[in-house]
Design a protein around this ligand. Structure first.
Ligand SMILES: *Cc1c(COP(=O)(O)O)cnc(C)c1O
Length: 360
């Protein structure tokens, strides 16, 4: 077997150990004679999986009694709508930070629901950038403040979350559990699973329970956080297989020392890659301002687009997949989420040195 070095932005690399466990259990889960996919979502076998996923995330994220873990569908993109539909009451304002492409999409949806105040807009800046979150002019009495913890396309990441008076809502799709967080600082966090947590099809939401009570009773049942909170994400059929893989990933994360353990590993990986960029004498140039460099999505340019194309083509031949930057930013991007092994970074750094020696 030969695995690729997978730098895809999402869906993304999963731990090989997890794929092997899933493969072993695929047609006969725990001696039940059925795949977990074939089990009822109300049965004992799936129930244990669901409960373990919730419990493990509770440990990993420091979830206390006043918060609840939810598994929803519709991706992070549906959260762009669900957040304002549930939390933004008539006559209220929500604060948003436009830090890039994903924040921009969240803002677009929120504006369909209610009044949005954009506190800062760094979405068009090159090098890619974020504002000073501590210095923003937050609206007194805002319904909530929405931020994007990691801009997957720009390769920028919030380094310190602001302490806001209004509930802080964060799209953590591309960096959840890559580092510790103080959940108390947030009213709601959400993440599509397909970057750091598992396969696509599951969206993790962690909500402070009182916020679920804000939604109007007239909101469609499936779109109310309240529904999923009351039914432990089992109001309708959840994506059982995706939650099963996510549960295995949470076991793997716990075995690596949880969020704090992952942060050390992620810092080592990102550090190596940024050092390769910074020590290239200007041949490789980071796309993001240094103060907001992402440890998850490393973005950089070469001296020309022709060289970028050649670099990516040769990397692909060496089984390094997914290094093309998003079309809106150009250049190269390596998405090095939790499950991306150090061996992939080493292979990439070696290719960078080799390529520069031949084409510098
Ligand atoms: C990928 C991504 C999304 C979109 O997620 P979907 O699950 O595809 O809707 C939203 N926000 C961020 C920061 C992302 O990286």
């Amino acid at each position: 077997m030969s695995r690729a070095y997978n730098f895809n932005a999402g869906p993304a690399v999963l731990p090989l150990e997890i794929l092997e466990i899933a493969q072993k259990e695929l047609i006969d889960f725990n001696g039940t004679g059925m795949s977990i996919m074939e089990h009822s979502h109300r049965g004992k076998a799936y129930d244990a999986v669901h409960a373990e996923a919730v419990a493990n995330l509770g440990k990993l994220l420091g979830v206390t009694d006043d918060y609840q873990v939810l598994f929803l569908q519709g991706g992070a993109s549906l959260q762009f709508s669900m957040v304002p539909m549930n939390l933004l009451g008539a006559g209220q304002v929500a604060d948003y930070v436009n830090s890039g492409a994903w924040a921009g999409k969240a803002i677009k949806e929120a504006k369909k629901v209610g009044a949005v105040n954009v506190l800062a807009d760094t979405s068009k800046e090159i090098p890619t950038n974020m504002p000073d979150y501590e210095a923003l002019n937050y609206t007194p009495g805002a319904a909530y403040v929405h931020v994007t913890s990691n801009e997957t396309i720009a390769g920028t990441q919030i380094q310190r979350f602001p302490r806001t008076a209004a509930p802080l809502v964060a799209d953590m799709s591309s960096d959840i559990l890559s580092r510790p967080l103080d959940l108390k600082q947030f009213g709601l966090v959400y993440a599509g699973a397909q970057k750091n947590l598992g396969p696509s099809g599951v969206t993790l939401v962690v909500i402070r329970k009182d916020l679920a009570e804000r939604a109007a009773a007239t909101l469609p049942t499936m779109l109310q956080y309240r529904t999923h909170l009351e039914e432990n994400s089992l109001y309708n059929t959840p994506p059982t297989f995706g939650i099963y893989i996510l549960m295995l990933v949470t076991r793997w994360l716990l075995s690596k020392g949880g969020a704090a353990g992952m942060e050390k590993i992620n810092q080592a990986k990102a550090g190596k890659l940024y050092a390769a960029i910074d020590n290239s004498g200007g041949y490789y140039r980071g796309s993001a301002v240094k103060a907001f460099r992402s440890a998850m999505n490393v973005t950089w340019r070469l001296p020309s687009e022709a060289l970028e194309e050649k670099f990516i083509k040769e990397a692909t031949a060496l089984k390094m997949i997914g290094l093309k930057g998003h079309r809106s930013v150009g250049g190269c991007r390596a998405s090095i989420y939790n499950a991306c092994p150090m061996a992939a970074i080493d292979a990439l750094v070696a290719h960078m040195a080799d390529f520069q020696a031949k084409n510098g």
